[in-house]
Design a protein around this ligand. Sequence first.
Ligand SMILES: [Zn+2]
Ligand SMILES: [Zn+2]
Length: 347
Amino acid sequence: MAATMRAERFYADTKTVVLEDVPIPEPGPGEVLVKVAFCGICHSDLSLINGTFPAQRPVVTQGHEASGTIAKLGPDVTGWSEGDRVVVAAGRPCEQCANCRRGDLANCLAIRLMAFAYDGAWAEYTLAQAAGLTRVPDNVPLEQAAILADAVSTPYGAVVRTGKVGVGESVGVWGVGGVGTHIVQLARLVGAVPVIAVDINPTVRDRALEVGADHAFDSRDPDLKEKIAAVTGGRKLDVAFDAVGLKVTFEQALDNLTVGGRLVGVGMSAESPTIGPTSMFGLTHRQVLGHLGYQNVDIETLAKLVSLGRLDLSRSISQIIPLEDIAEGIRILEHAEGNPIRVLVQP
Ligand SMILES: [Zn+2]
Ligand SMILES: [Zn+2]
């Protein structure tokens, strides 16, 4: 094995991403070295570059949605072999906080995030804790496996954990880009009916219909509320997902809930929506829920669903970019060129 590898490194002082040759890291106790097959480019990567998220380190390798094969086992690692196909967990529990000490590592109070607190996978190799790895079934392509860590699992968390969508519930999804498209697919998978996509872009509305939405409406349609009422038998929505995070989408989604309905906020911005008069909010006993992330075990659940043909992610990889052309991938995502669901880099 060579001693160095190529990595795209983010410099906090200049806010630039630079391709460099760096030493291949050595796996410590409980760690493995993973040869990266594919790694996603995520909006949170852009947030570090444009300064929305504060830098945690002066220099860091970005990329936190990675699949690959185990290249080397560190000391004391059992149950894994070189060549195993894996998805890397995007965070490391601290193993010291009050929750970690009681064995609740999934709810670590001081989780360290990959590509922010430690080096990520826009590189030929990345280090990972063996304890957080997910085995990729043989028939699941590594391209699709990569996006299970975040791009599909965050929507899964929103639908299953925060939204708790049940069979027969009516669901609306505001914004059917990368996150919203997977919310549509997962809402359908858990039995929501009907599933309604809401977006201003006719191209992505059509795509939402193709991947499983029952209806797709324009959010600027003055008759939107009547149309949603019409296709839900007058009830409106049990669960609305705002995958955009603007004031207008949040308030529109809230306004289309049935009595007792839940709004799940997934998209984020600096805007501040209102829930209207507290009297009406109370009378309609609605719930507004914020959502972020997923649990590591969700990646394995999703891998099984893909492996058994229940979840089709064949359309989710919009483009694969060589590592050295990362700037091109970042630009495509930033400007939503061609309405990408996910852009991957391949080292
Ligand atoms: Zn991400
Ligand atoms: Zn902890």
